[in-house]
Design a protein around this ligand. Structure first.
Ligand SMILES: *Cc1c(COP(=O)(O)O)cnc(C)c1O
Length: 421
């Protein structure tokens, strides 16, 4: 029996209604930008497997570093113990993070890194004898699937069964360049009526909202308002981190730096699951006390797994290399050329780009998981390109090592697909 056939017996897939989508494609191999399925078909991974494998799949440099580390130290408790991979990673990260970030807390997925950011923000105030119980978030944000992360995400139809159990969250509109005044009024109103602990946001690009890109100046004003009102700012850079927006982090494009940052996805170059919540000295100091109860009592069994730390360190070495930086510049340029060309197409409503993230909106209404979406997805796969349209948005976020030839094929396949919508 095929892997696809055997899969159906016991496996339950994420974000899947199995009755409507019974078939999973069995991938047997991945190298650089290419995924290979069990029938020998190749696909260009134009979304880097949810923006993780930015240095290419099974990257030789990362895998060799990790396989050496495997012979030395595999896993150890990170409460009371420490190790070189975690220390080296912290040193490398501090070099590239916004200057105010000074402490690094480990976990193992993006949702959890947000969960920890929220707990840090709430306990920051609690430790100073101030009970603040409300969070602010942007309307279209996505921050993960655990309860705290779901609470600060824009309400989605898929959250229905859980909404009664959410944290207290007030939503504000996403800055669009014209609504600063309105947003500041709403913020004032919220802070007058609620005790606001923190603001959670995806800086500049909202990934799951279909790569929505928004106004930096508007965000700057929100962040300044938060600083003035001692509202802890939590930048969720799980998607935008590690070079996507053309800078190491999206927060580096902004003047006002976040108090807390959440990182995952490209952190380990896709090799192993890991996440980080980083913070400024000010946040850390609020937990540093003779009172044990003021500590951050949060921990995961696999916190700072030495193999994942090694993969992350190797990934940062690649990210900061001349070669990858040149590749990023090349991809940014290619996207610009493609964008200028495709935006004139009658089926294209608009295009947008931030660094290596490129998105176009189609001139047609589409459901997020509807038939037209499936039609497009199949069109791409049949032509050897893995893209996942989000509603009527088609986006590219390919590995930094994608070749020009592969990129051209992705562009051409997208252009050809416009004929079927
Ligand atoms: C993917 C994502 C998350 C959730 O990360 P998981 O590892 O899937 O739990 C959180 N925030 C953003 C911005 C993301 O893109």
């Amino acid at each position: 029996m095929t892997l696809q056939g055997r899969d159906k017996k016991h496996l339950w897939h994420p974000l899947t209604q199995h009755k409507l989508h019974p078939e999973a494609i069995a991938i047997t191999k991945a190298k650089d930008c290419i995924l290979t399925d069990e029938n020998g078909n190749d696909y260009i991974d134009a979304i880097a497997s949810w923006y993780t494998c930015m240095y290419g799949h099974c990257n030789d440099y990362i895998t060799s570093k990790v396989s050496n580390q495997m012979q030395q130290l595999d896993q150890v408790v990170f409460s009371g113990f420490t190790h070189e991979p975690a220390i080296k990673l912290s040193e490398a990260l501090i070099n590239i993070l916004p200057k105010n970030q000074n402490k690094i807390f480990f976990s193992d997925n993006g949702s959890t890194s947000v969960e920890i950011g929220i707990k840090m923000a709430l306990q920051y105030h609690f430790n100073q004898g101030e009970k603040r119980n409300t969070l602010i978030a942007l309307e279209d944000g996505f921050h993960g699937d655990t309860f705290g992360a779901m609470s600060v995400s824009g309400l989605s139809v898929y959250n229905g069964p859980f909404e009664d159990f959410f944290l207290e969250v007030k939503r504000i509109p996403t800055p669009n360049g014209k609504n600063h005044e309105t947003i500041l009024k709403i913020l004032k109103h919220i802070t007058e009526h609620h005790k606001v602990a923190g603001f959670v946001y995806e800086p500049l690009v909202q990934g799951a909202a279909a790569m929505k890109m928004y106004n930096a100046n508007g965000l700057e004003q929100i962040l300044k308002f938060c600083k003035t009102n001692n509202i802890i700012t939590v930048a969720d850079e799980v998607m935008t981190g590690f070079g996507k927006t053309g800078n190491y982090f999206a927060s580096l494009h902004l003047e006002t730096k976040p108090d807390i940052m959440c990182l995952s996805k490209a952190l380990t170059g896709g090799l192993l699951p890991m996440a980080l919540t980083t913070c400024s000295q000010k946040i850390y100091d609020a937990f540093y006390s003779d009172d044990i109860g003021k500590g951050l009592f949060h921990g995961h069994t696999y916190s700072a797994n030495p193999l994942a730390c090694t993969a992350a360190l190797a990934s940062i070495e690649l990210l900061t290399s001349k070669e990858i930086q040149n590749n990023i510049t090349r991809i940014v340029g290619s996207h610009q050329v493609f964008g200028a060309h495709i935006k004139k197409h009658p089926k294209v409503k608009s295009i947008r780009q931030s660094g290596v993230i490129f998105a176009l909106d189609l001139n047609v209404e589409m459901e997020r998981y509807g038939n037209l979406r499936d039609l497009l997805f199949n069109f791409y796969m049949e032509r050897g390109v893995f893209l996942r349209p989000l509603g009527n948005t088609i986006y590219i976020q390919a590995p930094y090592i994608i070749t020009e030839e592969q990129l051209e094929k992705v562009y051409k396949t997208i252009e050809d697909s416009l004929a079927i919508v």
